[in-house]
Design a protein around this ligand. Structure first.
Ligand code: NAD
Length: 473
């Protein structure tokens, strides 16, 4: 097992200055101290704003080629430091090194930097009919705030900052107070290639996030986190009429149609729900299965899930980890307890071991559960999947659409055309067919309903980091 000797160089580089306030960050798998994060406040935010204002005009003037080259170099720097970054991420966030977890997340950072650097956004001629002529350009916004969550802290930071920088903006990052070290270390590495002042982390609490959302010098906030915080940011940003991209909470439904093959879909269903131990915005959080194959799907999923190892992230054998923090552990535990009390049937898990170090909640599958049970109706954000039986596809669609959020959804069927017909009826920003949660740097991603607004990734994502300007004439 690796020890605290890991990550020393990057941790030293991001540690608070002597005498400055710091906060111990604990490993959610073991309770050991991972490192000490600086505690920044409003003074550091103002310093970051001043540095960003000074650096941004030259960056905007440098043009797309120079900015793309810097992002490509930043991707190389991430790869050069990949293992160290992944180990730190694993220890701070809890996700294992192996599987679709820490190494995968660091790899995605490099991939998204490269894809964002390579994506062109040419001015668009919107009318040219001999009488009218107009072009649509996207100009830099200026200063962009990036406020992120604790579940995929590095990858989501890159999703926010890569398009912002690419479009000629400076960025101030406010990481989650649960995972600041990962973001500080990542930005330290990125800043080997990004000119000084353009990219600064202010490692503070929610008051720093609120000040960022209120700040008159900041033109846009990219926010990924809960729907409740998204609503607070809309309010805080109202007086400055800030642009916002809001990637908020989800409660994604998956619908298994009667023609699906339970054995063939079990693996995809499992990882759709349990990637990052369920702590993923667009994870499968409610599974609706037709009565004709309900028992077969429950059996296939239980067989697959019971063989997937969970444990300390630095152990290469594990591909599922702990919940990242105590509050999240309690949310999951309380929801499963309430489901049990309601008479739902636990197929797997539901029995965390008391007195263990770390916030491990076992992989849990719950069958024969009512659609209005809180484990179904609320976002559990952890390794506990409710499986609901349905009789008609209309009923399944109505249940899937019966929540206030709409990030992702999925349809599982042997027939893609049928699956697409059902997909068209679902109120979600993305509907996957025979998979759930896959993201791609060129495929736009964003929520419907109270899962937020704005798109990320690809050319559409770049547009959201610019101010549209029409040149008319
Ligand atoms: P959270 O909303 O508690 O915190 C997110 C960030 O907002 C943190 O940095 C926090 O300090 C900051 N913050 C808190 N209050 C604030 C305020 N009043 N003003 C400004 N900033 C404030 O979210 P979390 O618990 O870290 O993340 C989990 C949630 O994020 C889940 O609901 C999940 O579905 C969602 N999420 C969504 C996406 C997506 O792409 N849609 C991706 C990942 C996570």
């Amino acid at each position: 097992m690796d020890t605290l000797q890991q990550n020393v160089a990057l941790l030293d580089a991001v540690a608070p200055a002597a005498g400055a306030p710091g906060r111990e960050i604990l490993d959610p798998a073991t309770g050991e101290v991972v490192g000490v994060a600086p505690v920044h406040g409003l003074a550091e935010l103002e310093a970051a704003v001043a540095a960003a204002k000074a650096a941004q005009p030259a960056w905007a003037a440098a043009g797309h080629d120079a900015r793309s080259a810097a992002l490509m170099a930043a991707a190389d720097a991430v790869e050069a430091n990949a293992e160290e970054l992944a180990r730190l991420l694993s220890r701070e966030q809890g996700k294992p090194l192996n599987g679709p977890n820490a190494r995968f997340e660091v790899g995605a950072c490099a991939a998204w930097l490269r894809a964002t650097a390579a994506t062109a956004l040419a001015p668009e001629v919107v009318v040219d009919d001999g009488e009218a002529y107009a072009e649509l350009h996207y100009r830099p916004i200026g200063l962009v705030g990036a406020i992120g969550p604790w579940n995929w802290p590095m990858m989501i930071t890159v999703w926010q900052i890569a398009p912002a920088l690419r479009m000629g903006n400076a960025v101030i990052v406010k990481p989650s107070e649960y995972t600041p070290l990962s973001v500080l270390a990542l930005v330290k590495v990125l800043n080997e290639s990004i000119p000084e002042g353009l990219l600064t982390v202010v490692s503070g609490g929610r008051e720093v996030g609120q000040a960022l959302a209120e700040h008159p010098e900041i033109g846009k906030v990219m926010f990924t986190g809960s729907t409740a915080t998204g609503k607070a940011i809309i309010r805080s940003s109202a007086d400055t009429v800030k642009r916002l991209t809001l990637e908020l909470g989800g409660n994604d439904a998956g619908i298994v149609l009667p023609d699906a093959d339970p054995a063939a879909i079990a693996e995809g269903l499992f990882w759709g729900a349990f990637i990052n131990t369920g702590q993923t915005c667009a994870a499968l959080k409610r599974l609706y299965v037709h009565e004709a194959l309900y028992d077969a799907v429950c059996e296939a999923l239980t067989a697959y899930a019971s063989a997937v190892p969970m444990g300390v992230g630095l152990d290469e054998a594990n591909v599922l980890g702990p919940l990242q923090n105590k509050a999240q552990f309690e949310i999951v535990a309380n929801l499963v307890e309430a489901a049990k009390d309601s008479g739902a049937r636990v197929l797997l898990g539901g029995n965390p071991e008391p007195g263990q170090p770390g916030y491990f909640y076992p992989t849990t599958l719950v069958a024969d559960i009512a659609n209005d049970n809180p484990l179904v109706a609320e976002e559990q954000f952890g390794p506990a999947l409710p499986i609901i039986k349905y009789s008609t596809v209309e009923e399944a669609v109505a249940m899937a659409n019966g929540v206030s959020v709409g990030l992702g959804a999925s349809v599982w069927s042997a027939d893609k055309a049928t699956a697409r017909e059902v997909a068209a009826q679902l109120e979600a920003g993305t509907v996957w067919i025979n998979q759930h949660g896959a993201v791609h740097p060129l495929i736009p991603f964003g929520g419907a309903k109270q899962s937020g607004y704005g798109l990320e990734f690809g050319a559409e994502g770049l547009k959201h980091l610019g101010v549209p300007q029409i040149i008319n004439g």
